[in-house]
Design a protein around this ligand. Sequence first.
Ligand SMILES: *[C@@H]1O[C@H](CO)[C@@H](O)[C@H](O)[C@H]1NC(C)=O
Ligand SMILES: *[C@@H]1O[C@H](CO)[C@@H](O)[C@H](O)[C@H]1NC(C)=O
Length: 294
Amino acid sequence: MTRVPIHYEESSCTVGLYSIVASMMIPLGLVPALIIRIVFSHGKEDILGRHDAPVRCIEYSYAAGQVITGSWDKTLKCWDPRGASGQERTLVGTYPQPERVYSLSLVGNRLVVATAGRQVNVYDLRNMSQPEQRRESSLKYQTRCVRCYPNGTGYALSSVEGRVAMEFFDLSEASQAKKYAFKCHRKSEAGRDIVYPVNAIAFHPVYGTFATGGCDGFVNVWDGNNKKRLYQYSKYPTSIAALSFSRDGRLLAVASSYTFEEGEKPHEPDAIFVRSVNEIEVKPKPKVYPNPPA
Ligand SMILES: *[C@@H]1O[C@H](CO)[C@@H](O)[C@H](O)[C@H]1NC(C)=O
Ligand SMILES: *[C@@H]1O[C@H](CO)[C@@H](O)[C@H](O)[C@H]1NC(C)=O
């Protein structure tokens, strides 16, 4: 097994005129981690709130008008960025989680929270008193990333052990029968299987296909419905730490940044590549029939 990657970085989301930046630069236990709001028009910064440990992830809900942060302090917090400055004014609620929060994803009013210990909580943002569903990851190893399907029916979850699970919210037997998992970001070398963590998943906003990024430095694009790989981009300098499509799906931002899966070692500098996306790389291919249907 690869070592659990630990890396400090910033995550951010853009809310209209603001950028909200969650700071994870501060070593655990020394200073509470801050959530900072930056106003684009005049570059002014203020503190939206804080957690007691690094803030791992951040999302903005257009439905609720709230910023949602997940932290290693084992809580989820919701903030109203329209409130006046100051923790008391902007904090909407604090929701304890079973473990450190590793990844968050939103679709409509649904919020999926993936934590250490392979736990997954599914919330309805309109009623945060309790999770709507408490689940365990169907993958055996540590969760790296969770992303909801754009069509709102479920989520993809990736682990440190080169695998992605496709899950559905609907608990009916028919729906659960559709779930599956697949192996990716691995290679065979001298008869030995080398398995890489899958750090990032990003759904294409138009076609519903998705890209995964791994510690092998590769970005793959998948067609979930046909269970096929559509494309592989040429290798990036080091581990893929994050991926994001632009809103129209024409650009893909790729963060190539060593994630310390092999501990301290010389590595390539961090870099962000923004590439244009060709339709052929992300558009599902029609099924090929052996004989054309009459
Ligand atoms: C919120 O959800 C909980 C548990 O799912 C339920 O018991 C409670 O009645 C709900 N509250 C409202 C206001 O819908
Ligand atoms: C929604 O998207 C998922 C993931 O791409 C797919 O497996 C599922 O079939 C889609 N569901 C519908 C109803 O389109």
